[in-house]
Design a binder for this molecule. Structure first.
Ligand SMILES: NC(=O)c1ccc[n+]([C@@H]2O[C@H](COP(=O)([O-])OP(=O)(O)OC[C@H]3O[C@@H](n4cnc5c(N)ncnc54)[C@H](O)[C@@H]3O)[C@@H](O)[C@H]2O)c1
Ligand SMILES: O=C(O)C[C@H](O)C(=O)O
Length: 332
């Protein structure tokens, strides 16, 4: 009797079985993200990789009784971590300190992300790759350029994770409206840094907010990361809310791979929306499917205010994207 109940309780709720790797698994994001991926029933093989400490995180997480094996990998076995992966999530890299912009992280994180991308190109070229490392507006183009240079670029499988902006928009608007934040679904478009983050409140129930309330709300979503950086006072940036955001986005990618319908999340992807204006990557709602990106949705109707925000975002994104592309051209 007990064994029957136990078997049912511990067996995967889905026939799907996926290998997921977390690169940077010992970090502030990496540890809670690894925990949350261990709780996802679609993950049957969890590979935790870091420059240091991944075997310890893996041993710890592996005692949670869900239907996946967990293994920690050190740099000498990055091949083992990546081989056969369906999804690779990258929170490796340094976080901000007060007074820094995300772009200030470029010098350190660009080469970390480039080198990880080279390994992914070699050992798991078919994986969906989810980039958390900042500055996302530049690190995603860096990965694209590396993959192009190795002949393995699949734009349908490269994602910048902007989900934390969505979580913040949902939470912050619910604080004002007195609603259940888990029932809010704000679309956030553009990129992932300051003025490139554009929440579309005109497409929600809150299109008639007073101008000063709306302006403060938009500003809070755009600069929500700074609130955490300042509160942590030198100890880093958002880790726990980011782990939740990363796990939600990775879960959605897995749902899409498994053929579930109507899986839609905003993400910073290689996008046709503004390519004719030189903006090669842009975040908008994306339907996720068995091949990764299934449909990239247009922005829909915008208020005049939001049109202005999108215009500003595009102008900044062009430079952010080019910076990533130039980095790989100059430092292959
Ligand atoms: N996309 C987003 O919304 C978002 C949100 C929060 C943080 N971030 C970014 O995520 C990154 C990580 O933040 P954190 O707070 O977890 O930092 P952290 O310093 O706590 O952890 C980073 C981890 O990456 C590891 N690492 C460094 N270089 C590596 C390499 N070459 N290979 C494998 N692992 C490597 C480190 O050993 C460390 O364990 C930062 O760049 C931060 O800005 C992005
Ligand atoms: O603010 C940061 O530097 C980290 C992250 O991008 C965030 O939005 O919290």
């Amino acid at each position: 009797m007990f064994s029957k109940i136990a078997t049912r309780a511990f067996s995967s709720s889905s026939a799907s079985a996926y290998k997921v790797a977390v690169l940077g698994a010992n970090g502030g994001i990496g540890q809670p993200l690894s925990l949350l991926m261990k709780l996802n029933p679609k993950v049957t093989d969890l590979a935790l990789y870091d420059l240091r400490g991944a075997p310890g995180v893996a041993a710890d997480v592996s005692h949670i009784p869900t239907n996946s094996t967990v293994k920690g990998y050190q740099p000498e076995d990055i091949e083992g971590a990546l081989t056969g992966c369906d999804v690779v999530v990258i929170p490796a890299g340094v976080p901000r300190k007060p007074g820094m912009t995300r772009d200030d992280l470029f010098n350190t994180n660009a080469s970390i992300v480039r080198d990880l991308a080279k390994n992914i190109a070699e050992y798991s070229p078919n994986a969906a790759v989810l980039i958390i490392s900042n500055p996302v507006n530049s690190t995603v183009p860096i990965v694209a350029e590396v993959f192009k240079s190795k002949g393995v670029y699949n734009p349908k499988k490269l994602f910048g994770v902007t989900t934390l902006d969505v979580l913040r928009a949902n939470r912050f608007v619910a604080e004002i409206a007195g609603t259940d934040p888990s029932k809010e679904h704000v679309t956030v478009v553009g990129g992932h840094s300051g003025i490139t983050i554009v929440p579309l409140f005109s497409q929600t129930n809150y299109k008639d907010l007073a101008t000063d309330v709306r302006d403060k709300l938009v500003h809070r979503v755009q600069f929500g990361g700074d609130e955490v950086v300042q509160a942590k006072d030198g100890a880093g940036s958002a880790t726990l809310s980011m782990a939740q955001a990363g796990a939600r986005f990775a879960g959605s990618v897995l749902n899409g791979l498994a053929g579930e319908h109507d899986v839609v999340e905003p993400s910073f992807v290689d996008s046709p929306l503004f390519k004719n204006e030189g903006v090669e990557f842009f975040s908008s709602k994306v339907t996720l499917g068995p091949e990764g990106v299934k449909t990239i949705h247009p922005l829909g109707e915008l208020s005049e205010f939001e049109e202005g925000l999108v215009k500003t975002a595009k102008e900044t994104l062009v430079g952010n994207i080019k910076k990533g592309q130039d980095f790989v051209a100059q430092n292959p």
